[in-house]
Design a protein around this ligand. Sequence first.
Ligand code: PRP
Ligand code: URA
Length: 217
Amino acid sequence: MGRVHVSQHPLIQHKLALLRSIETGPKKFRELVREISILLAYEATADLALTPIDVMTPLTNATGMALSDKIGLIPILRAGLGMVEGIWEMMPAAEVWHIGLYRDHRTLQPVAYYNKLPVNPTVQVCLILDPMLATGGSAVAAADMLKQWGARRIKYLGIIAAPEGVEFLQAHHPDIDIHLGTIDDHLTPEPSAPGEPPRGYIVPGLGDAGDRQFGTG
Ligand code: PRP
Ligand code: URA
């Protein structure tokens, strides 16, 4: 069974409060997504395999370490895009493969609209990047696509999750490690009065992560 790792890191907790705030505009929001993603990736990659290598220092030979596995960063469009850049700086040899999914607003089912994965897998470890794990439909669909591709080792990195989404992802992909900034309380129900938020949003959450990054809300 994959682990669910909820970060206890004080920097992540501090930045999460800033990220949630309605006062935070798109520029600051993108910076925070980037920074939290780097910290999450640091924790999520702590068990990556290493291979000893010879390194020549200015003084002598030394034994160093190199990552054994090719890593793939898999952002789910759109909101996952903001998680790529910072993590990529930490592991510049990673490949980035985009998956386009959006939630149908009526059914909350994920709709796939972009997938250019080549025929055979080119990476050994896939990191799915998406700030929001709500119903879990998008995460499960992305993991399905990666497994159909032939990916064997997959980790999911999300910033805020709902309990429903964690349960759904674990039930469908029990082998995937899930790394989260936090798990919130619940998802919004069907609105019963005008002005209430639409169904399927994480509470307290941060609103729509794509809109807040790209200024489209
Ligand atoms: C958001 C988010 C996830 C999905 C999570 O994307 O980035 O991909 O919703 O919801 P789920 O767990 O219920 O599937 P959205 O569909 O809003 O698309 P966007 O990133 O293009 O705004
Ligand atoms: N997608 C978001 O961007 N926010 C939510 O709360 C749920 C899904």
